[in-house]
Design a protein around this ligand. Structure first.
Ligand code: AMP
Length: 299
């Protein structure tokens, strides 16, 4: 397996202006894996409680996701609840219950320690650091994080940033992490913290790839109806990293095409509630959407 992901598996309660649903399958590693598996196999490391439904394990397994590193601990699965404003860009976290995740000590199976591509999905920086310490010289490591961790674990996060190749974050997180309002300045400052590549997600405005040498931007794919944006960032990361792992390199042209695939996978995610639409997407449909995005931006 060339791709390894570590992160949360969760039951989310989500409120949009149109509907509200309780305990739907979610979690950063779940969304990431369901997007990345469209590009080939991957291994997932995470923890769930004894309330985690067998059908949800089956969904992941049926997609070829290796679950050797999925631990079942006594107690409840991580739970998150959030509410979206009508503009979709404003999200309020209503509650985060770490549950079994609080004492999670990730164990990367021996067979996956030398994965070439590593994704540290949104999780407590201490958990991300433990997983990174078990990886044997990954060629490309990308880190994701969230406002909660920037607030409560900033020092651990800074330590981790010195050891990863890339950081993916949204505009609000970029401002929180760096104290800069302007996103280009925020990205430039983030580059001084360790990563050589920053992927800035700007919701419906698309995504920006920034390194010291290069800048590249793509708009998001204009979907006809957003149903639930939860997991869009993780699905973007899944398409991005899945594509890189499938190509086996991080050359500048490959990174640009990975941005395209991330944009396409995220667009499927927002068209359904929870993982429902992403889990139905096929690789052929993602490729077709990549072609549509290219035709939208070509002059
Ligand atoms: P996204 O919309 O891409 O930011 O991802 C939302 C997913 O992240 C939800 O399914 C949540 O279960 C999960 N999540 C929310 N808060 C956290 C957190 N603090 N750490 C890890 N995962 C989280």
């Amino acid at each position: 397996m060339s791709l390894l992901a570590v992160g949360t598996l969760a039951y989310d309660s989500i409120e949009t202006v149109h509907e509200r649903r309780e305990n739907v399958l979610g979690g950063s590693a779940t969304y990431f894996s369901l997007a990345a598996c469209l590009y080939g196999g991957l291994a997932l490391v995470g923890v769930v409680g004894d309330d985690f439904e067998a059908r949800d394990v089956e969904l992941l397994r049926s997609r070829g996701i290796d679950l050797q590193g999925l631990e079942v601990a006594p107690g409840k699965t991580f739970r998150w609840s959030g509410r979206y404003e009508a503009d979709w860009n404003t999200r309020h976290t209503l509650a985060t219950h770490l549950n079994v995740f609080e004492h999670f000590d990730p164990k990367v199976p021996m067979a996956h320690r030398s994965a070439r591509f590593l994704f540290l999905a949104n999780a407590a920086p201490a958990v991300q650091a433990k997983a990174l310490a078990q990886a044997v010289r990954p060629e490309f490591t990308m880190l994701d994080t969230m406002n909660l961790w920037i607030e409560i674990a900033r020092e651990e996060l800074h330590h981790l940033l010195r050891r990863v190749d890339a950081l993916i974050l949204n505009d609000e997180e970029a401002r929180m992490l760096t104290g800069e309002r302007n996103l280009l300045r925020a990205a430039a400052k983030a580059l001084t913290l360790g990563p050589r590549l920053i992927v800035l997600k700007k919701g419906e405005h698309g995504a920006f790839l920034i390194s010291r040498e290069a800048r590249f931007a793509l708009p998001s794919y204009p979907v006809e109806e957003v149903v639930d944006p939860t997991g869009a960032g993780d699905s973007f990361a899944g398409g991005f990293m899945g594509f890189l792992a499938s190509q086996g390199n991080v050359e500048p042209g490959t990174l640009r095409r990975a941005m395209l695939h991330g944009t396409a996978t995220a667009s499927f995610c927002v068209e359904g509630f929870g993982v429902e639409s992403l889990a139905r997407a096929s690789r052929a449909a993602v490729d077709a959407r990549c072609a549509q995005i290219l035709s939208l931006v070509s002059v």
